[in-house]
Design a protein around this ligand. Structure first.
Ligand SMILES: NC(=O)c1ccc[n+]([C@@H]2O[C@H](COP(=O)([O-])OP(=O)(O)OC[C@H]3O[C@@H](n4cnc5c(N)ncnc54)[C@H](OP(=O)(O)O)[C@@H]3O)[C@@H](O)[C@H]2O)c1
Length: 311
């Protein structure tokens, strides 16, 4: 099969190459998925799991990319709940070979059915940003209707999901980002927008929940805005600043079939819009994943062109 591989952490995405690799086999409880579309997060190049297995052994050349949408082609021993020919989408294991390839072997529990009226390209754009927003808001952030959320990077991949899901849940959403992102953040549902380049973050007053996708000084200044009993949720590593009288949690997104189902249902009925900036083929993926201009949403690699079993 064709796959994108990386061998050298120092080279980052520039070191990606398109090669031929053997097709993966389904282990116990796995399925093999023929990938139609794949999503990639640029910071994968910094994650240890891109370069080593769980025991810390070098696993390069490794296949990056952890979001996928495609069709099940084989079941491993003991696999239940999915069948050959089924459309699926989900989040691949961090430590195994990923989804910038024509096939992937993945535990069935990390996938959910992809309804026939949701395009593979859209399906592949949802798992990381959708699940991260869902888990940060509802599981870790314990968001309630009527609360105020400070959604950093509100025009980004995770931020647009945070904004939409929080607003649907009845929260008041203050989005943040660069000056150029104001319109997009408001269009995705933020009630107001703080331009971190020109406005004072402190002017927003007190909030119940900070959803941090930036870290550093922005995180520290945000922690000081949290009401007693509120929560700072960070997805950019260990929390450096804790609210005086609230909780702080950092987490890494996990695959969850039921939550994937909740997310895709919202896409189907128009409550949730995905944030895709660029769609490219696998042959052009190296160039697409090394953009020369600022991207304003996700890059999705359409591994299998439309018309090949897309329904
Ligand atoms: N822990 C987890 O499970 C998890 C899951 C998903 C993502 N993440 C991480 O979360 C981060 C965000 O992911 P994403 O996919 O949403 O990225 P993204 O699409 O690039 O969105 C981030 C947004 O925040 C903006 N931003 C960043 N720093 C800023 C600053 N100092 N001032 C103003 N705006 C700023 C970015 O603008 P620019 O593009 O101009 O910088 C961008 O619009 C990444 O570091 C990613 O690795 C973690």
């Amino acid at each position: 099969m064709k796959a994108i591989v990386v061998k050298d952490q120092a080279a980052g995405t520039a070191g990606m190459t398109l090669v031929e690799r053997p097709e993966p086999q389904a282990a116990i409880n796995d399925v093999v998925v023929q990938i139609h579309a794949s999503g990639f997060v640029p910071t994968e190049m910094e994650w240890p799991s891109t370069w080593t297995d769980r025991a810390g052994r070098d696993k390069t050349p490794s296949i990056p990319g952890h979001e996928l949408a495609g069709v099940v082609t084989a079941l491993g021993y003991g696999t239940t709940g999915l069948s050959v020919g089924q459309r699926v989408f989900g989040l691949a294991d961090w430590h195994r070979d990923g989804t910038l390839a024509e096939y992937v072997a993945i535990e069935a529990r990390k996938l959910a059915p992809l309804p026939g009226d949701v395009d593979f390209t859209v399906g592949a754009s949802l798992p990381i940003s959708g699940l991260t927003a869902w888990q940060g808001l509802f599981q870790h952030g314990r968001l309630q209707a009527g609360q105020t959320v400070l959604a950093h990077g509100a025009a980004g991949a995770v931020g647009t999901m945070v904004t939409q899901l929080a607003r649907e849940a009845g929260a008041y959403v203050i989005g943040t980002g660069r000056a150029a992102d104001r319109e997009k953040a408001l269009e995705f549902g933020a009630h107001e927008f703080v331009d971190l380049e020109n406005n004072a973050l402190e002017d927003v007053g007190c909030v119940d929940l900070v959803f941090d996708v930036i870290g550093g000084d922005v995180q520290k200044r945000s922690a000081a805005l949290i009401k007693a009993g509120g929560t700072l949720v960070s997805i950019v590593g260990p929390v450096e600043a804790r609210p005086a009288a609230g909780l702080a949690v950092d987490f890494v997104v996990e695959a969850d079939r039921a939550e994937l189902g909740e997310i895709v249902q919202r896409v189907r009925d128009g409550r949730l819009r995905t944030n895709i900036d660029n769609v490219s083929t696998l042959d052009d993926a190296v160039a697409a994943l090394n953009p020369t201009e600022r991207r304003r949403g996700k890059t999705i690699i359409r591994v299998r062109p439309r018309g090949h079993g897309d329904w």
